[in-house]
Design a protein around this ligand. Sequence first.
Ligand code: N2P
Length: 367
Amino acid sequence: MRSLLRSVVLVICLALIGLAPVRAEDEKIVNVYNWTDYIAPDTVEKFQKETGIKVVYDNYDGNEMLETKLLAGRSGYDVVYPSAFPFLRNQVKAETLQPLRRDAMPNAAKVDPQVLALIAQADPGNQHAMPYMGVTDGIGYNVEAIKRRMPDAPVDSFAMIFDPAIVQRFADCGVAVIDAPTEVIPMALAYLKLDPHSTAPGDLAKAEALLKKVRPSIRYFHSSRYINDLANGDICLALGWSGDILQAKTRGAAAAKPVEVAYAIPREGTLVNFDTMAVPKDAPHPDNAMRWIDFNLRPDIAAANSNFISYANAVPAARPLLTEAIAKDPGIYPPDDVKARLFVVTNSDVAVLRRQTRAWTRILTGQ
Ligand code: N2P
């Protein structure tokens, strides 16, 4: 009888232990919120196998979406990927991110100091973010469809998108533009030979007028659909992100009916940005977040990611591990003369950004 009682008590105790709530920070989980099409397909699995930490992975395709969640708080995410300019800078100012613990991140020492110096303009002292991938904005096009409509098309110029008489020639085969006002507006300014950093309302009005002129030739504004659409031949021209267009090139070449897609960095010079990895202030599993970031900075993982997504990582020791096609692609690692024409938009004045967003809504809705 006594031993029966003891067993019953034991069973109850075990059940209670099982029911005891696990503290969030002890859970073997990391909630990752990253851009669409922005990681090698086996990175999550490799991390889970090595660490025993389960990755809950979620996607977005615009900084604005991430920003809204961070400002609201309690997003539940442990790792997020804001672009350095202007979003990381504004998140650091708004104090939505927590300092990274360098002792938990041995691979941080392997990050390119030049990239760190650039990002420090957004995050002084590199306290809150590590660089993930470098991005240029440029022209993606279906080689054959463009040639057929305009044999001498200036494929490496912003004129493809911003000259109403030119873009109109491709309206029938489909033109897409990323839904990213903080990037497209500075590019329109650059095309108009105005300062892409300009905060003058008069300059913004000129960019808005230009975008409204080309608007009728643009089939849609969206920041991830264009990869498959370019690869399938459903659109023939896009203003988009380097690696996304190069992924379209890879997918197009592998299609049953191959489609030749190419990427050009505009000769006028274009926007360059760095997407970063950061941890929200209220992340439920900050230790696991630091491990995830460190893992993605490890040269073999950074190389595997770049090899798949066609973006340039910031880890020099990953360079020898890149496939030759990626390492030698001038769209991913531009030569110095092209690099000299790239610009970072460092303006992050909230009032200016708000004016841009309003102009963008008017452009998209055609008002
Ligand atoms: C990934 C797009 C990332 C580049 N699809 C824009 N930040």
